[in-house]
Each structure stands twice: as structure tokens, then as C-alpha cells.
Design a protein around this ligand. Structure first.
Ligand SMILES: Nc1ncnc2c1ncn2[C@@H]1O[C@H](COP(=O)(O)OP(=O)(O)OP(=O)(O)O)[C@@H](O)[C@H]1O
Ligand SMILES: [Mg+2]
Length: 346
């Protein structure tokens, strides 16, 4: 007889994938990415691992969940081994734009940037690609420093986060093209300078070096993201119609992008033991039953993708104590596959 375990949780995911270092929580807004990111980070740090929990949410949701002002403050240790980094991406875009301005001033040895160039720079600021590449850069920064055992990324709501990752490839190719074009131009310049007996300006070399660095970083990052041994994409959903549809679409989108979805976390499940609890209200009992068809659908459609569950709590999980409870649920879920089957069969 084959004994199939009903147990689920990140504990088993890490046991089966000892090289796993990067967990990326993706998915639609409002279903529990930030809550899960905080919870899993907490649990790993409790197990004596050095963890970085990272987010770029302009709503400062990690600050909200950890009940501390972390936004744009750099890496902050919120408890032993647990570091939170909540990037202010708009600020980074502004810094980046300012550095471009400075480079133009230095290059052309001018005090004031001509109006039309200034207009161009200003308009590029609101480009979504600008924002994304700032976010992206920040992710590469922390990963390449490699100072932590685990990296948990709380990604922006779906389309966004995933497009950003798919961008790695496009960005790398784009930088490649610029690099080649500049290399040709540089060779011509070198030849011309030699004819005139001049030396080439130093910044030409510098630009080439910078482009090459950018490219190497992107390629490194994109390899890492598509390496299933080290990286896992996880989606959070709840037992509701729209969330199921979105997850189905997401699974397809992942495949199209050549990424693999490692699994899903089902959040906000009303524990079935409420049905036997004389103290539980009729409202709660109804909620348990109303989730039944959706849990069945999730179970049938994604059965081999379910990696953890989180029960519905009676208040918003905020503060270290609640985050710790979320972490425990994610690690070894109290609502396991057996309990889900039990709900479905009722
Ligand atoms: N298991 C739970 N029990 C009770 N409330 C929950 C649970 N999980 C999440 N919530 C609440 O649901 C809301 C959405 O959760 P969360 O902020 O984690 O979602 P998100 O996916 O990060 O959203 P966004 O895409 O907007 O960043 C929050 O108010 C959170 O406190
Ligand atoms: Mg969030």
C-alpha cells in the first residue's frame, strides 16, 4: 500500500528543494501576498536563517503589516535574523533621472540642460518601464550582495510583477544592441583619434563598461529567476470565483514566459471545525459552507500545486504575533489536504 501524506506546508517544499533561496510571491492584488511574505520570512528567521523580506509597494504594505515605518528607510532588522527592505521606487526613479542629468552635464560640460532634453527627461519619468526597471535594479542589488540565506519577494500585483520578470530577456537583448552599436562607434572614434594623434576621451570607455555591467547583472538575474532549483514562484489565492479564474490565467501566462509556477497558497479558508463549534455564529458556519464549491474547484484544478493554506483569521493579521501565526500556518498548514477533502465531501 502506498501511504500518501496529506500534509502540506513550506517545510516540505524546502525539504524537497534544499537549494531553494528565493521565493517570489506573485498574483492578483488583495489576496494575501504581503501577509504571506511577512509570515514566511518570520518563520524562516525563527529557524535561525537570515532572511530578507523585500517589497516595492508604494502603499508601504510591509510597514503596515509589521506596524513599523519601514518605507524608503533601507534594510531594517525587525527581529533577530529578519530584515525588511521596503523600496521607495519613485524616489529611486528620481535619483536615477538625476544621475542621468548629471552625466549629461558632465559629458557636455554644461551647467544647464537644454529645454528640449529636459522635457524629454521629465516625460520619461512617468513611463511605467522606468518604474519597473528601478524595482528590478533594487532586486538585483540585494540578490547580488548575497548577505542573506533567504530572499522573500512581495511582488506588485500580478501583470506588473510578471511583466517585469519577463523584461529581463528583452532588457538584456536591448543592452546588447546598444553595446554593439557603441562598440562600432568607439572603434571608429579610436581610429579617427589615432589619425589626428589624439587620445580618446575617458568617458567613452566608461560608458562601455557601464553598459557591460548592466547587461551582466540582467543576465545573471534572469538565469537565477528561471533556475527552479533556487527560485520558486508562488501565487496566493482565496476560495472565490474570480481568484480561481485569475490563477488559471496566471498559470498560462507563466508557461508562455517560460517560467514555472511552483505552487499556490490558499488563503482565508474558514476552518471546517467551526461547524462543530457551538460558540461559532451562524454567519461563520455559512461562510464555511459557501467556500465549499470553490475549494472543490481549486482542489480539482490545481491539486498538485497546493503547497500551503492559511485559515481566515478574525482580524487582519498585523504585528509580529499575528505574522508569526501566519508563518506557522504556511510552514505546516493546519488545513491540510485531508481537511480540504473533508470540506469538499460535506
Ligand atoms: N488569513 C487572513 N485572515 C484575515 N485577514 C487576512 C488574511 N490574509 C490577508 N488578510 C487581509 O486581507 C487584506 C489583503 O491581504 P494582503 O495585503 O496580504 O494582500 P496583497 O496580495 O499583498 O494585496 P496587494 O496586492 O494590494 O498588495 C489585508 O487587509 C490583510 O490583512
Ligand atoms: Mg501587498
Amino acid at each position: 500500500m502506498i501511504l500518501l501524506s496529506n500534509k502540506i506546508g513550506f517545510k516540505y517544499v524546502f525539504e524537497r528543494n534544499p537549494d531553494l533561496r528565493y521565493i517570489i510571491f506573485a498574483g492578483k492584488g488583495g489576496l494575501g501576498k504581503t501577509t504571506s511574505s511577512a509570515g514566511l520570512s518570520y518563520k524562516l528567521s525563527d529557524l535561525n536563517k537570515k532572511v530578507l523580506c523585500f517589497s516595492t509597494d508604494p502603499q508601504a504594505s510591509l510597514s503596515d503589516v509589521f506596524e513599523r515605518d519601514l518605507f524608503g528607510k533601507g534594510e531594517i532588522e525587525v527581529k533577530k535574523n529578519l530584515y525588511v527592505l521596503e523600496i521607495d521606487a519613485d524616489k529611486r526613479v528620481n535619483e536615477y533621472i538625476e544621475s542621468i542629468r548629471q552625466k549629461i552635464r558632465d559629458m557636455y560640460k554644461i551647467e544647464e540642460i537644454p529645454r528640449e532634453i529636459e522635457d524629454y527627461i521629465e516625460s520619461s519619468k512617468s513611463e511605467p518601464a522606468m518604474y519597473e526597471s528601478a524595482v528590478y535594479d533594487a532586486m538585483i542589488d540585494v540578490i547580488s550582495q548575497g548577505r542573506h540565506d533567504y530572499y522573500i519577494f512581495d511582488m506588485p500585483p500580478f501583470g506588473h510583477g510578471i511583466r517585469m520578470i519577463a523584461m529581463a530577456d528583452i532588457l538584456a537583448k536591448w543592452v546588447d544592441k546598444i553595446y554593439e552599436a557603441r562598440k562600432e562607434a568607439l572603434e571608429l572614434d579610436v581610429a579617427a583619434a589615432r589619425l589626428k594623434g589624439e587620445k580618446l576621451l575617458e568617458y567613452e570607455d566608461q560608458i562601455m563598461k557601464e553598459l557591460n555591467d548592466i547587461r551582466n547583472r540582467i543576465v545573471y538575474f534572469s538565469r537565477l529567476l528561471t533556475d527552479e532549483r533556487r527560485t520558486a514562484f508562488v501565487m496566493v489565492l482565496i476560495p472565490e470565483k474570480m481568484a480561481i479564474l485569475d490563477t488559471e490565467r496566471a498559470v498560462e501566462m507563466f508557461e508562455e514566459l517560460g517560467l514555472k509556477l511552483r505552487g499556490i497558497v490558499i488563503n482565508q479558508i474558514y476552518p471546517p471545525k467551526l461547524l462543530e463549534d457551538p460558540g461559532a455564529s451562524d454567519y461563520l458556519k455559512k461562510r464555511v459552507l459557501s467556500q465549499k464549491p470553490y475549494l472543490r474547484e481549486i482542489y480539482e484544478k490545481f491539486s498538485d500545486l497546493i503547497i500551503a493554506t492559511i485559515p481566515m483569521f478574525n482580524r487582519e493579521p498585523k504585528g509580529l504575533e499575528m505574522i508569526s501565526r501566519i508563518g506557522d500556518e504556511l510552514w505546516e498548514s493546519s488545513i491540510d489536504l485531508g481537511v480540504i477533502e473533508e470540506i469538499i465531501k460535506r
